[in-house]
Design a protein around this ligand. Sequence first.
Ligand SMILES: C[S@@+](CC[C@H](N)C(=O)[O-])C[C@H]1O[C@@H](n2cnc3c(N)ncnc32)[C@H](O)[C@@H]1O
Length: 252
Amino acid sequence: MSENQPLSLGKENYQNFAERYAAAIETKPHNAYYERPATLSLLPNNVQGLRVLDAGCGPGIYTQWLLDLGAEVVACDVTPKMVEITRQRVGNSAEVYCADLEQPLTFAGDRSFDLVVCPLVLDYLLDWYPVFCEFFRVLKSDGILVFSCGHPTADFIYSQSQNVTSADYFKIEDFVMEWRLFGKPYPIIKSYRRPLQAILNPLIQAGFCLDRILEPQPTESFKIADAEGYEHLMRSPGFICVRSHKPGQVVG
Ligand SMILES: C[S@@+](CC[C@H](N)C(=O)[O-])C[C@H]1O[C@@H](n2cnc3c(N)ncnc32)[C@H](O)[C@@H]1O
């Protein structure tokens, strides 16, 4: 990385927050009872024997889940502390790389994965077309990409609520939020907010076929843990989850 290139937003946010994040999200309702069940519902029913890339693995919860179900997992994350935590979690049972999704994935060969999962990571990347092209390159024909990110409507409403009077739904904009559900001091997390077309069009331009969009609602376990948050998320979007695939060769 050249001196003039900005530090990855991912690393900036998470290097000093990784341990708290890792400790919280095993049971934090937004992750455990909302985002993860939704994203996992988009994965193939049987992942046994599949070669999976966990792109932006964070503390490795998805990596562990996939390993437990018999997948062969390669994980990567831009934040060294996250890589360390994932390595501690899974030992030698997965390859874990410190890698930036904004750069070519040099550790991954062409057509070498059946599945790429990328939950709650892309919000930290400005330009999604190159990373979708990389996911396309490393997937086999008919390989599946599942990702989740902030819901474009939810994030725009939040921007407006912060009196960002210049907020423009149709632009990709800086999105800064104080996260209050991880204890104090509250981390200030920087990411990008984008319209729906800026989520889906780079995916389609990279060659993927869209299979399913999920605007999830929380599970019943969320209600037990946080009744107020549950009522809110039953009526307002929070995340969006997308499943797509790399089309196989067209015959004829
Ligand atoms: C909200 S956490 C999600 C972690 C994990 N996917 C999960 O859902 O449990 C976001 C993760 O994305 C990683 N990340 C952000 N930008 C990245 C980039 N450019 N390349 C690789 N990882 C990145 C961060 O380091 C962090 O671990």
